[in-house]
Design a protein around this ligand. Structure first.
Ligand code: MSP
Length: 651
């Protein structure tokens, strides 16, 4: 069976980090699992290159939008190549074939009467590239603008019943369950027609029949899944017969676009709907979603150089319950690597293979009885279990089962003590030694094959060290059974696959490399990291102040007790800050664009304590919080590396 799966296409206004890599690594794993299930699996990925954000970022960086998109799209592509992502299609939304597909889809919707023209005034979330409700606008960190224009609308309101029926008839259409419920209640709440064009924007695909408009980014972006297959083009359309897609893997924040808008567009165009959408959770780093805007991103390249990308794949898939949010930490990454890969699979492989080299001259011994006993039973059960878990996207449970099998062989070796058996002269002991090492090597072979969708490179290397000439990617669950390791197979030897890592040194190295990669990536985006203040002039003598002038300003260390958004003020937060006085200070600060209220609670900050109080939006602001203005105009709070005591005076 053919199996077509996709990742979202990545916005080119950020360079790749491991939050993006998470979606792609999972999709790559799913492709490999489907292949092991016997499917002919295809993976589509790409870059999302239109829209206001990209136009603005390009302008800021001094590139044309196309140049900018070329650079960042190239960075994504080479990232996926260097991480060994086995993709079959890479779509760029600035390719002419994609414009053809978007226009084709639009014309089908139009022909069927689902497009109308209307004026629209609304709040536009520039970062999310969508009109938002007033309530949603309150929660948005980035810029929100009021936009009025004549737009082409998609008549989404006509699809409420059909969508609800589709969800009901196809319980697996949206997974996991929690997301399905969320989408159903959103659709039940009523659907408004959707603006799908912009007159105000140039950087996009022109609307057929109205050059004054370009497509709204989501109508443009979602269509990529069909562009890849040749829809809307002159070439042969979908030669492999891959549409409808079997699975769209997406992050949870974009499930609505995939589970509501996309199927409605396809229904309107009389096209078959994808079979399923799976929404995963977020990678959390330093307590927040990893994202460029928050500035808390971790890149894959430093991890690849120190731990290896397979360590990251394993960590993300074993540690995070797929569908839920999960924390990333360097300690967790290296800890998992040492426990599961260096001590677990790596150790099992090197011990078993080394003993076969030493005791049997590198040839798999022939056991008198190759039934494998209890280990064979466990291995057979594990094959079925892992397949079922992986098929159901339960990666952590599947990996638990693989590691339980690997642990069972460790225990078996400790019990059998081949290093003692080798000393025995009698036939029975010799036979027992052959059985022990045959069984251990055979389980190693099965464990390696089972782990291969998650650890493709290292599994291929262990497979080679086991003397297997077949291509590991050709192994199928159905053909994987106990007893296929041929006695007499010569083992070619090789290096240990997962050398143990020093925890502290590895973390330090990754953090250092992170800085280098950060600079490289900043250059891709056209910004030089250290450039900024070099040319600033020293203040003239006449502008300088006396120390006494400075002493008039009383600055103190405080800790944030509470933080809330201020109603109807996008930029303001209302904070209470304890500076060691009887009552915490009430302070209103223009930092809402850069800080989530919850992330500030408990944080030490510096404030000016002797300013005259004033009222902002009806709230008393008794002090000023000190912050630097970042390059993008966003505030960056002054903070302390060492633990500064509350109330301490700055100066
Ligand atoms: N361009 C849109 C998708 C259009 S698909 C027709 C987009 N791009 S994105 O670059 O912002 O995100 C791409 C994918 O990366 C999403 O699935 C998103 O969830 C994922 N991630 C980006 N940061 C992430 C984390 N910190 N954690 C996990 N995945 C996140 O949305």
């Amino acid at each position: 069976m053919k199996y077509y799966l996709t990742t979202p296409i990545y916005y080119v206004n950020a360079t790749p980090h491991i939050g993006h890599a998470y979606t792609t690594l999972v999709a790559d794993t799913v492709k490999r699992v489907r292949r092991m299930m016997g499917d002919d699996a295809y993976l589509c990925t790409g870059t999302d290159e239109h829209g206001q954000k990209v136009e603005r970022s390009a302008e800021k960086a001094g590139w044309t939008a196309q140049e900018f998109a070329d650079r960042v799209s190239g960075a994504f592509r080479s990232e996926w190549d260097s991480l060994g992502i086995d993709y079959d299609f890479f779509v760029r939304t600035t390719e002419p074939r994609h414009a053809g597909a978007v226009q084709w889809l639009f014309e089908r919707c139009q022909k069927n009467g689902f497009i109308k023209k209307d004026t629209y005034t609304g709040k536009y979330d520039v970062t999310g590239e969508a009109f938002v409700t007033d309530e949603e606008a309150q929660k948005i960190d980035g810029p929100v603008e009021v936009v009025t224009e004549e737009n082409y609308f998609f008549k989404l309101s006509e699809f409420q019943d059909r969508l609800l029926k589709h969800y009901e008839d196809n319980p697996d259409f949206i997974r996991p369950e929690s997301r399905r419920n969320e989408v159903i209640s959103f659709v039940k709440g009523g659907l408004k027609d959707l603006s799908i064009s912009r007159a105000s924007l140039k950087w996009g695909i022109p609307l057929p029949g109205d050059d004054g408009h370009v497509f709204y980014v989501w109508f443009d972006a979602l269509t990529n899944y069909m562009t890849a297959l040749g829809y809307g083009g002159d070439a042969e359309v979908d030669p492999e017969g891959l549409w409808p897609a079997d699975l769209h893997i997406v992050g949870k924040e974009i499930v609505r676009f995939h589970a509501v808008y996309w199927p409605a567009f396809l229904m309107a165009a009389d096209l078959p709907l994808p079979k399923g959408i799976y929404a995963h959770g977020w990678l959390i780093f330093q307590e927040e979603k990893m994202s460029k805007t928050k500035g808390n991103v971790v890149r894959a390249q430093p991890i690849d150089q120190v731990v290896g990308i397979e360590g990251l794949r394993h960590y993300l898939l074993r540690e995070i319950v797929f569908g839920q949010d999960g924390n990333f930490s360097y300690e967790g990454l290296v800890g998992r690597y040492n426990a599961d890969l260096a001590n677990g699979l790596g150790n099992l492989a090197s011990r078993t293979l080394a003993m076969i080299h030493r005791y049997f001259d590198g040839a798999v011994p022939e056991p008198p009885d190759d039934s494998g006993g209890a280990l064979a039973v466990l291995a057979t059960e594990t094959i079925a279990k892992v397949r079922a878990h992986f098929e159901a996207f339960e990666f952590s449970r599947g990996l638990d089962a693989i590691w339980a099998l690997s642990g069972a062989v460790d225990k078996y070796l400790v019990e059998q003590k081949p290093w003692v058996l080798i000393k025995g002269e009698d036939e029975e002991t010799k036979a027992q030694l052959r059985t022990t090492l045959y069984n251990a090597a055979e389980v190693l072979r099965i464990v390696t094959a089972l782990a291969s969708p998650v650890l493709p490179k290292s599994a291929a290397e262990i497979w080679r060290q086991l003397g297997q000439e077949s291509d590991l990617t050709a192994v199928r669950y159905a053909g994987l059974a106990w007893g296929q390791l041929k006695p007499g197979t010569k083992l070619p030897g090789g290096e240990a696959v997962f050398p143990r890592l020093d925890v502290e040194a590895s973390i330090k190295k990754m953090q250092e490399l992170e800085q280098e990669v950060l600079k490289e990536q900043a250059q891709i985006m056209g910004r030089t990291v250290e450039a900024a203040p070099a040319a600033r002039q020293k203040p003239a003598d006449s502008e300088r102040i006396e120390i006494d002038d400075f002493a008039k300003v009383e600055m103190r260390v405080g800790v944030v007790m509470t933080a809330e958004k201020v109603k109807k003020a996008d930029k303001l937060l209302h904070l209470t800050i304890d500076i060691g006085e009887a009552e915490p200070r009430s302070i209103v600060a223009g930092i809402a664009a850069a800080y989530e209220p919850d992330s500030l609670i408990g944080r030490k900050v510096a404030i000016v304590a002797n300013l005259k109080p004033r009222k902002l939006r009806g709230l008393v602001s008794d002090g000023m919080i000190i912050a630097a203005s970042g390059e993008d105009g966003n505030p960056n709070l002054v903070s302390f590396l060492e633990d500064a005591p509350i109330g301490a005076r700055l100066g």
